[in-house]
Design a protein around this ligand. Structure first.
Ligand SMILES: [Zn+2]
Length: 497
């Protein structure tokens, strides 16, 4: 039998502490596709959706594409976005449900709306209600980002969740394929159950890289348990997304198994113990810029990691908390990327080769420094489109391999070369710089607005890398954030007594 599988996608990582709201426009800018548009826009794109579609094609599955929506990480999502998704998702299901053998979803797992904190849980619940009210009992499988904040509702209303294993997410497409393989197994032999185990810990993005503990140790133990117990379909280690002020924020585990729930719960409790052992590594220390400038020697380039304005975590990408003091200290050879559409426009108005006096950055809100006065020459004006150098870059998990930064300008003076973008674009691939004529290897200092996702691209060309404590809402110091909804969850290491 050739199965008929309905596929849809809803992908957003929501930073609820930002003032900005994320509306339908942000999704239209990146991905808002209906029906066959999903296939046309994802085939060969390197995205998780591409992974699913290529697997389905290989297996000759009959795929019914519903709706796909994705936007760059940003502030609270407007309810109208969720309503739009619902309307089109259920309209497409209404037409096709009778013929379906399964539903496959590409989700992030950390999307939040003002009145719907658990967006994915709610969508999955409504999907189950839709199916069961029609007497339809079919598997619902979803691939998730490793930063998903899992809720009981998500687990109760899905058959199997499967999360990326790597951060940077170099395995996003592969994870989508593994999730489709699990769906295939479940269609052939139903009878699985999922177990959810939430931990009390909320860990900042800088503590969730999978090449370092605690993730490394916990993922290793999870893989060992998976390998030794054939009844397990998968164990997910979900780092969570710290900047979602919701009840379900935090580090959690799920297990999909053909065995007993009690046994699965025991394994997940073991994994929490493992996490607790390595918790000291989950809240990394950051340096002040002055400390780092005193430390660094002749070897270049030096990466100055501005995790507090981590674009992949939702902040505006126009923070100046490092750039301003670095220029004030008289440093040279600085390379920075700032999202500043107004400054790009000024450069276009002036033209290539002309001198401009700009006030750049810190325009979105008051949390990310002060604007920088920058006088320089417009070196390059482009449409801001580039291809990923690394097709498995973390960025492919969000945008696919074709990236659109909107119109861009490169301005430089004796101290710095600055790439100004119209759409904020996380620094996850060096194609972003090289496509605009910037050679990262020639820089002395590169300011990188990321937590972990830059590592695969930037670490190989860097002489050294330092996390700088600077102002911004993606701070690693979670105690600076005004949490209201997380209950008794733990946001830092207990003080040593
Ligand atoms: Zn992620």
């Amino acid at each position: 039998m050739v199965p008929t599988v309905f596929v849809a996608g809803l992908f957003h990582e929501t930073h609820t502490f930002l003032n900005e709201r994320t509306g339908l426009d942000s999704f239209r800018k990146m991905a808002l596709f209906h029906g066959q548009e999903i296939i046309a826009n994802n085939n060969g794109s390197g995205s998780p959706m591409d992974g699913f579609l290529s697997f389905a094609r290989e297996r000759h599955w009959h795929v019914i594409p519903g709706i796909q929506m994705a936007a760059m990480p940003s502030g609270m999502v407007e309810e109208e976005v969720l309503n739009y998704f619902r309307e089109h998702f259920f309209a497409a299901l209404e037409k096709s449900w009778a013929s379906l053998n399964a539903v496959y979803l590409v989700l992030h797992g950390a999307m939040v709306c003002e009145n719907t904190h658990d967006v994915e849980g709610r969508v999955l619940q409504e999907l189950q209600q839709f199916l069961s009210s029609r007497g339809k009992h079919i598997p619902v499988v979803a691939v998730l980002d490793l930063h998903a904040n899992i809720s009981p509702l998500m687990v109760e209303n899905s058959t199997c969740l499967y999360a990326y294993r790597k951060n940077p997410h170099t395995d996003a497409r592969e994870a989508a394929i593994r999730a489709a393989m699990l769906l295939e197994k479940i269609m052939m032999k139903p009878g699985v159950q999922q177990v959810f185990h939430a931990t009390p810990y909320i860990i900042p993005p800088t503590g969730l890289g999978t090449d370092a503990d605690p993730m490394k140790a916990v993922l290793h133990k999870a893989a060992t348990i998976e390998a030794a117990n054939p009844e397990i379909l998968c164990i997910n280690v979900l780092g969570g997304f710290a900047y979602a002020d919701i009840e379900d924020c935090g580090f959690s585990f799920t297990c999909c198994t053909r065995g007993s729930a009690e046994q699965a719960e025991a394994w997940l409790a073991e994994l929490e113990l493992e996490l607790t052992k390595y918790l000291y590594a989950a809240y990394p220390e950051e340096n002040t810029l002055d400390e780092v400038l005193a430390l660094t020697g002749q070897q270049t380039p030096v990466l100055l990691i501005e995790a507090s304005d981590n674009i992949g975590g939702g902040t505006p990408g126009d923070g100046t908390g490092i750039l301003l003091p670095l220029l004030a200290a008289g440093k040279k050879g600085v390379v920075a990327v700032l999202n500043d559409a107004a400054a790009v426009q000024e450069c276009f108005n002036a033209g290539t080769g002309r001198n401009v006096l700009l006030r750049i950055g810190a325009k979105t809100d008051s949390f990310h420094g002060e604007p920088v006065e920058f006088e320089g020459t417009v070196q390059n004006l482009t449409d801001g489109r580039f291809e990923l150098e690394n097709k498995n870059s973390h960025l492919a998990s969000i945008t696919g391999t074709h990236v659109n930064m909107g119109p861009c300008a490169v301005v430089s003076n004796k101290q710095a070369t600055i790439l100004l973008t119209t759409h904020k674009t996380p620094p996850m691939d060096l194609g972003q710089l090289r496509s605009q004529g910037i050679v990262p290897e020639a820089a002395h200092y590169i300011i990188v607005k990321a937590a972990v996702s830059h590592k695969q691209a930037y670490d190989p060309v860097a002489a050294a890398s330092f996390y700088i404590d600077s102002p911004g809402l993606c701070t690693s110091n979670l105690a600076r954030l005004p949490y209201r909804h997380i209950g008794h969850k733990i946001i830092g290491l207990p003080a040593k007594g």
